[in-house]
Ligand binder design. Structure first.
Ligand SMILES: Cc1cc2nc3c(=O)[nH]c(=O)nc-3n(C[C@H](O)[C@H](O)[C@H](O)COP(=O)(O)OP(=O)(O)OC[C@H]3O[C@@H](n4cnc5c(N)ncnc54)[C@H](O)[C@@H]3O)c2cc1C
Length: 380
């Protein structure tokens, strides 16, 4: 029996993968139910191939919006780097999809038998009774016995703290506001996403469905600062006042209480993702900054590879094999994403930076994307 701690993107996807592979499992989630979670998310073709493999692609496509062009630009929308996604579509049959997180979560939850998903079970601690029989204790005082534990409890993972107490998150120095605006923009935003780089601030725009746009705003700030919710909008409107009018329209048409704020963190890369009968996946094992839109995609890839490796092997080193398979790709994304975030907020040399970005041949940008989106092909 595998016990998955956490029903985020990684935990839910692992449950779906285990279900299809006939691996015995149960999922334990801290919250009592899923509300209207988060803002939007981009699902890149590596994630979509996994969703396709498990028969969920169509539902995701129906609930999201296909991205045909990715533009990094200046505040007035003029491009610094512009990447049409035709070559990506040609290779995989689809390009990135932007979707509401709540819609994605609903699709994943609906594909897991209800009796295997346990809410209000906040992981507290572990006790080993015999080899490969572990008791998991929850905050409510209850416990279960299990053979293996998959820690999918996010960047502040308690499971990780239990096995690697010295692991540390890193604050990037950047904080991020996100929202969903119900409005309409010019048709050029229909299938084109923008990330606009200003003076140490940036703003991202992508349509997730008809009349619904996901946006994010990033700025430098100290860690753990909070806003007075009634002032967030005014503050953001002032911060982005020199940006294109679409930016101001998106901020203005998002209700104050629906604007989320999170500091941008990642996890100082671990040397090891597993110990004894416990394995970490997704943000619990390798949280990345969101600059490449890959955190969720990597959690989804984890589920795909882990279930395959477990299904193929009966030996003891399954988790080591999983780590060996995933380590290098994941760590290179974490590193690249961290660097991209720093470059986007450069104080000096912005003109040179933009010129360098402009001079990079589009073929090279697309080649990097194609490489990152590639996954191994397995038979169901
Ligand atoms: C601003 C921002 C934008 C992003 N944009 C993208 C994007 O466009 N594309 C992309 O691929 N990724 C993106 N990401 C990254 C992505 O959100 C994460 O990588 C992804 O959610 C990780 O999934 P996870 O399941 O590992 O963790 P989480 O989604 O954090 O899920 C963890 C789950 O564990 C539960 N939990 C926590 N503690 C306990 C406990 N003690 N017991 C039981 N349950 C527990 C939580 O309630 C939660 O349900 C973004 C991240 C940020 C911050």
């Amino acid at each position: 029996m595998y016990s998955i701690i956490g029903a985020g993107i990684g935990g839910l996807m692992t449950a779906i993968a285990f279900e299809k592979a006939h691996i015995e499992y149960q999922v334990f989630e801290r919250v009592s139910s899923f509300g209207d979670v988060g803002a939007g998310i981009w699902l890149s073709p590596n994630a979509l191939q996994v969703l396709d493999y498990f028969g969920l692609l169509q539902e995701v496509q129906q609930n999201g919006n296909s991205i045909d062009r990715i533009t990094i630009g200046l505040p007035d929308l003029s491009p610094i780097s512009d990447s049409p996604q035709e070559a990506i579509k040609e290779r995989f049959g689809y390009s990135t999809i932007a979707i509401h997180r709540g819609a994605l979560q609903k699709i994943l939850v609906n594909n897991i038998p209800r009796e295997k998903l346990h809410f209000e079970k906040s992981f507290s601690s572990i006790e080993n009774s015999q080899k490969n029989i572990t008791s998991i204790f929850f905050e409510d005082g209850s416990s279960v016995k299990t053979n293996f534990i998959i820690g999918a409890d996010g960047i502040h993972s308690k499971v990780r703290q239990h096995i690697f107490p010295n692991s540390k998150t890193r604050y990037s120095g950047q904080t991020c506001w996100r929202g969903i605006a119900h409005t309409t923009l010019d048709s050029e935003f229909d299938h084109r996403v923008y990330e606009l780089w200003g003076n140490q601030i940036r703003f991202g725009i992508s349509r997730i469905s008809e009349g619904q746009y996901y946006w994010f705003a990033v700025a430098l700030d100290e860690a753990n600062k909070k806003d007075n919710p009634s002032e967030t909008k005014i503050k953001l409107l002032a911060m982005f006042e020199t940006f294109d009018s679409s930016v101001l329209k998106l901020i203005a048409s998002t209700p104050d209480d629906k604007i989320l704020r999170n500091d941008i963190l990642d996890l100082n890369p671990l040397n090891q993702w597993h110990k004894n009968n416990i394995c970490l996946i997704g943000d619990a094992g390798h949280a990345t900054t969101p600059n490449m839109g890959q955190g969720g995609a990597q959690a989804i890839e984890d589920a795909y590879y882990l279930s395959h490796i477990i299904k193929q092997n009966s030996c003891d080193d399954t988790f080591q094999q999983f780590q060996k398979k995933r380590f290098s790709k994941v760590n290179s994304i974490v590193k690249q994403s961290w660097t991209t975030g720093k470059i986007a907020h450069w104080k000096y040399g912005k003109r040179i930076r933009n010129m360098i970005f402009k001079s990079i041949p589009n073929k090279l940008v697309i080649k990097k994307m194609l490489d990152m989106y590639e996954i191994d092909k397995f038979e169901l």
